[in-house]
Design a protein around this ligand. Structure first.
Ligand code: BDR
Ligand code: CA
Length: 308
């Protein structure tokens, strides 16, 4: 049976590739794509989602969610993803429309239909997911688990302590991490093992399809900013890792740890504090991603892209 998923995104170059994987892999039943503000303002992340779906002929409903975090001011990552949030490729005019229903209400409605069946895959700030949990706590009954891209047990990327998705809305992350639901945190420690080196980009180029061409253009722009901002030799496809893990658990080694979000407004605001040594005595609440099987990860992505 296919795994029912909702993908919650803020495209974003890696979100855009995550959409392609989630929509085409035969083991997944993508019920809807919900969009949140993050890498860019909501208007732009929604348009980017519609552009990707239209370009790749993905027939899945798209829902617009929250335009700003629960409590704090919005922050975007234009330095990484450009002014549009998806700089690089030129998209033809989208033929796809956003749904009238809002993302939070869609998440609630969909979760209430099932009994521990739905997997939520958030790859942006956790505002939509947290708000759905706050507005209708009974949705927990429908959720099998949450596999999110965010956080780090090591270094942050938006501040020295915090990863971007968690930093943008730490209070929302707190709601999700303390929800009691099974949560897997696919953080930077893992996603930095998914760098799209030139030999990977070359394999995607070889597919020689319009969708593959867009992916290559996305990777070229993303590679350029990752080099400029972080000095990385290749751009990491963070968000794709979370989707890949839902498809194939053997791709990522995890360890269940006590994890809390720092919501104090100091230098560690938005940090995912992971207790490896059990010194807090707190119960382990989060499966933390540690190690990626890189070869099989790229094979999975490239085989799926070949289906477009
Ligand atoms: C995360 O932040 C965004 O820039 C990416 O899309 C990814 O979800 C990495 O920190
Ligand atoms: Ca993202």
């Amino acid at each position: 049976m296919k795994t029912k998923i909702i993908l919650d995104v803020d495209p974003g170059h890696d979100d855009a590739v995550a959409i392609l994987l989630a929509a085409k892999h035969e083991s997944l039943d993508l019920r809807g794509i919900t969009v949140v503000a993050g890498n860019q303002v909501l208007e732009k992340t929604v348009q980017n989602t519609l552009n990707m779906c239209s370009m790749a002929e993905i027939d899945v409903p798209v829902y617009a969610g929250q335009a700003s975090p629960l409590f704090r001011d919005q922050e975007v990552a234009a330095n990484i993803h450009g002014e549009s949030g998806l700089d690089g490729p030129q998209f033809p005019e989208s033929t796809k429309q956003v749904e009238a229903q809002g993302a939070v209400d869609f998440i609630i409605e969909e979760c209430l239909k099932y009994d521990k069946e739905l997997v939520l895959i958030p790859t942006g700030p956790l505002t939509n997911i947290a708000l759905a949990l706050i507005k209708e706590p009974r949705i927990k009954k429908g959720i099998k688990e949450i596999v999110l891209m965010g956080g780090a047990y090591g270094l942050g990327n938006h501040t020295p302590s915090a990863e971007f998705n968690i930093y943008v809305d730490p209070e929302a992350a707190h709601v999700v991490f303390e929800s009691g639901l099974p949560v897997t945190m696919v953080g930077l420690d893992l996603t930095h093992q998914a760098k799209a080196y030139p030999h990977v980009v070359e394999r995607i180029k070889q597919i020689n399809s319009p969708v593959a061409k867009v992916v290559v253009e996305l990777l070229e722009f993303f590679g350029f900013t990752y080099e400029r901002v972080f000095g990385f030799e290749a751009p990491p496809l963070h968000d794709v890792c979370a989707v890949a893990y839902v498809i194939d658990r053997s791709l990522i080694k995890t360890r269940k740890l006590p994890v809390v979000i720092d919501t104090n407004k100091g230098p560690c605001y938005g940090r995912t504090v992971c207790d490896f040594y059990g010194v807090t005595g707190k119960p382990a609440n989060v499966d933390v991603a540690l190690e990626l099987d890189q070869d099989r990860f790229w094979d999975l992505l490239i085989e799926t892209l070949q289906k477009y």
